[in-house]
Design a protein around this ligand. Structure first.
Ligand code: TRP
Length: 326
């Protein structure tokens, strides 16, 4: 049983999940379930790096858990747990913070992107240390693979550097984790920037069909295709990317009809919105089931947290041994 490789992945609980989460990471988690030992972390401490108001964290964590379950995560096989409930994260984070320079963290493009998108004026110590906490998240469970979206690759690289540094300084405890990307590791948002709640360009997994149609109508397309029968360039059109992902069977005819000008953007968008809605139908049904059972979610988190804590304690015991602490 323990011969399975370990996957550790997580998300910040910032509210209901969108298609970018599903396509970039969550689908991958579900596919890999069973082939690996999966741990799924709710990064509630990380959420504080961009929003100090902690009052909504529990509800957001519950909403995210429901989205995960609706997408097919089986909490029996794959423990789901909140970072804030496992004290070992903060301990390992502190030790790791000595193993990486401030200059290295200042160069991290993922934090730079966040600072730009959210207009953050000056970065806190904790925000700069975001990838150090993430390294603790991954390595506490000795995660070997980290299925995430493309935007997370710089963070995982820092985890690798910290693991190497720790192992050479104190002794081999940690694997060097690797990111595991999907084909659509970056699904663009409706304005063609990266899909993100803070940019207001998302389609939520919980959006009903009419809302998906409405949002899709706002999507930008090839700027050179102005009138319905102008020939379009699918390769620069984000709506075409959505067809490739959600309507693969018609990809070729859509591409040809866009190029020839037979297919207008309005109809093209309507068709892809329909496919997205169909993909999300079973999801909405499962979501409704769990939404009416908050007690079940609470119990399942408590059980995931017990199992995660056990593994985290073992790792910390090994860390203390090689460091000769205690
Ligand atoms: N940084 C990730 C995100 O923004 C969340 C995260 C926290 C994470 N800890 C992690 C992802 C560990 C993978 C592994 O979505």
């Amino acid at each position: 049983m323990s011969s399975l490789k370990t996957i550790l992945s997580g998300m910040r609980p910032t509210g209901k999940l969108h298609l970018g989460h599903l396509v970039g990471a969550l689908e991958n988690w579900v596919t890999l379930q069973g082939q690996y030992k999966n741990y799924h972390l709710i990064a509630d401490y990380h959420a504080l790096t961009t929003n100090l108001d902690s009052s909504g964290l529990y509800q957001n964590s519950v909403d995210m858990t429901i989205d995960w379950l609706a997408a097919g995560i089986d909490p029996e096989k794959s423990p789901i747990f909140r970072q804030s409930q496992i004290k070992e994260h903060t301990e390992l984070h502190l030790i790791f913070s000595m193993l990486i320079t401030a200059a290295r963290l200042e160069r991290n493009p993922a934090v730079k992107d966040q600072v730009r998108d959210l207009n953050i004026e000056s970065v806190t110590y904790g925000h700069l240390g975001y990838p150090v906490l993430q390294a603790a998240d991954i390595l506490l469970y000795r995660g070997e693979l980290v299925p995430v979206g493309e935007d997370q690759v710089p963070h995982v690289e820092i985890s690798r550097e910290i693991a190497r540094r720790f192992n050479s300084q104190y002794g081999e405890v940690f694997p060097e984790p690797e990111p595991k990307l999907t084909k659509f590791a970056r699904l663009p948002g409706l304005d063609a920037r990266r899909m993100s709640k803070s940019l207001g360009n998302t389609i939520l997994l919980s959006d009903p069909p009419d809302e998906i149609q409405r949002k899709m109508r706002t999507a930008i397309t090839d700027p050179q295709k102005i009138r319905k029968n102008d020939p379009g360039r699918p390769q620069v059109c984000l709506v075409f990317t959505y067809h490739q992902k959600f309507n693969a069977a018609e990809e070729q005819s859509i591409e040809a009809d866009c190029r020839s000008g037979v297919l207008g953007c309005v109809e093209c968008k309507r068709r892809v919105a329909e496919k997205i809605s169909a993909t999300l139908t079973p999801f909405r049904e499962k979501r409704a089931y769990y939404e009416s059972r908050p007690g079940e979610i609470r119990d399942l988190l408590a059980s995931g947290e017990r199992r995660a804590r056990e593994r985290a304690r073992q790792t910390m015991a090994d860390v203390r041994t090689v460091m000769k602490l205690g």
